[in-house]
Design a protein around this ligand. Structure first.
Ligand code: AMP
Length: 220
């Protein structure tokens, strides 16, 4: 069953990688629309589970609120079924936030091989600066950044008027913890995807529009 998913993928299978706040999510969503394939955001799926009030959500919240990663085995089980389903129904996918370690990458490749791993890179100081200014609409989850992508009104969503909030794991301590984990567990994936010949490095420092252009060049 799982192997048949691998055989059927006729559209790109894309992993977006990068430190927190690099804009990989923003770029992933735009790219998914352009390529007409589903976009799966791991962190958002986890936050949706928390919001559902389930027992599983309570467990997830107890681990991730301070920026700690969930165990590989748990997150791999959580994500691989969703990835397989999307690839089976749409032929392609963009996944943001999974894999975040070699163990998770093994699980991903057990379902389907990535055709592209797009690394959107920024230095740590920029991650900290951007995440401290990140805000999210509590209604439609639209992401703003008070520095790089501010809402018209500081307190509400441009689209739906919903209240904007800061994520509980966007505190300076939790951000530092997440960056340490990124360097230790996720950065080795860069080498892995380079060896597989699927890595594309993009500088995440220019404007959102400029980064979007660089990402699109990979496919045009
Ligand atoms: P994000 O929205 O991508 O920053 O994810 C929010 C939090 O969810 C992370 O800080 C982790 O605690 C957890 N999480 C997201 N993706 C993963 C993953 N691939 N492996 C383990 N934990 C994850």
């Amino acid at each position: 069953m799982i192997n048949s998913v691998r055989m059927k993928s006729d559209k790109p299978i894309i992993i977006v990688l990068g430190p927190q706040g690099s804009g990989k999510g923003t770029q992933g969503k735009v790219l998914a629309k352009k390529l007409d394939i589903p976009y799966l955001e791991t962190g958002q799926l986890l936050r949706d589970e928390i919001a559902s009030g389930s027992e599983e959500g309570k467990y997830i919240s107890s681990v991730i609120d301070d920026g700690t990663l969930l165990p590989d085995e748990y997150i791999s089980k959580f994500m691989t079924g969703k990835i397989a389903q999307s690839v089976e129904s749409s032929g392609g996918i963009i996944v943001d936030g999974f894999p975040r370690s070699n163990g998770q990458a093994d699980a991903f490749e057990g379902v389907v091989n990535p055709t592209h791993a797009i690394l959107v890179d920024i230095p740590d100081e920029e991650s900290i600066r951007r995440l401290s200014a990140r805000r999210r609409c509590i209604k439609d989850n639209k992401i703003y950044n008070l520095i790089t992508n501010p809402p018209k009104n500081n307190e509400s969503c441009d689209i739906c008027g919903g209240q904007l909030e800061q994520r509980v794991d966007d505190t300076p301590e939790a951000i530092k913890h997440r960056l340490d984990q990124y360097h230790r567990d996720t950065e080795p994936l860069i080498q892995r995807y380079e060896s597989m010949g699927v890595l594309h490095k993009i500088d995440g420092m220019p404007s959102i529009e400029e980064v979007e252009k660089s990402v699109w060049e990979i496919f045009s």
